[in-house]
Design a protein around this ligand. Structure first.
Ligand code: ADP
Length: 204
């Protein structure tokens, strides 16, 4: 596989399901010099009739993680395709990673082809508040994995067990923690400030 994206600057948005990674990633991703890459969106765009699409849906509909190797293969292939068709320009855009890496193993694997400069932790220890947000999202966006409380609670457990250790993997010097229970505009304000403080923007 080509190594087009090696050492390209990236920012990781990490937080429990419903913490607002997608909202913030999409918003910043609209600015020149940024490219938003959400693994969940890539998975949901797979052909549902294909074997791969069905395999991935079986994991995500149950709130479980798609295995690391399959995840990395799909995301890397999509990134390469975006580079090839000009959608994503790694020379000029900071990659906003949303939902990937989601395990320490994924963090190790992805570090071979992207350079995660900073980790933004959207912190919300109040899972009941997140549950309310997600039930609303299920109605707004028609996501099957958001509709059942049992599945949502499983995703919170998976987040605690598998994803949170990523924060230690990167170390506190690399992590900016933002209170995700604030209004989205306040979260955006702090996120923007972190990007400025750490020079996470490219000359246009
Ligand atoms: P959220 O962060 O709101 O839970 P996402 O849209 O990021 O939702 O992900 C939806 C589902 O897709 C996850 O619950 C999981 O099953 C799967 N998924 C997304 N990203 C990854 C990943 N990096 N590794 C494994 N599974 C993933």
């Amino acid at each position: 596989m080509s190594t087009t994206a090696i050492n390209k600057p990236a920012l990781l948005l990490i937080g429990a399901p419903g913490a607002g990674k997608g909202t913030q990633g999409e918003t910043i991703g609209h600015l020149p010099g940024y490219f938003h890459c959400a693994s969940g969106d890539i998975f949901r765009a797979l052909d549902k009739e294909s074997e791969l699409g069905q395999k991935v849906a079986a994991y995500s509909n149950a709130g479980n993680l798609v295995p690391d190797e399959i995840t990395l293969e799909i995301v890397q292939t999509q990134l390469e395709a975006w580079v090839a068709d000009g959608t994503y320009n790694p020379e000029k855009e900071v990659l906003l990673l949303d939902g990937i890496p989601r395990t320490v193993n994924q963090a190790e694997l992805i570090s071979k082809f992207v350079d995660i400069k900073r980790v933004i932790h959207l912190s919300c220890p109040d899972y009941e508040a997140l549950l309310v947000r997600m039930k609303k999202r299920a109605l707004d966006k028609g996501r099957p994995d958001d509709a059942q409380e049992e599945v949502i609670r499983n995703r919170f457990s998976v987040y605690e067990a598998e994803t949170k250790p990523i924060l230690e993997f990167f170390g506190e010097d690399k992590v900016t923690t933002i209170d995700a229970q604030q209004h989205p505009i306040q979260v955006l304000n702090e996120l923007t400030q972190a990007l400025l403080d750490h020079s996470l923007y490219q000359e246009l």
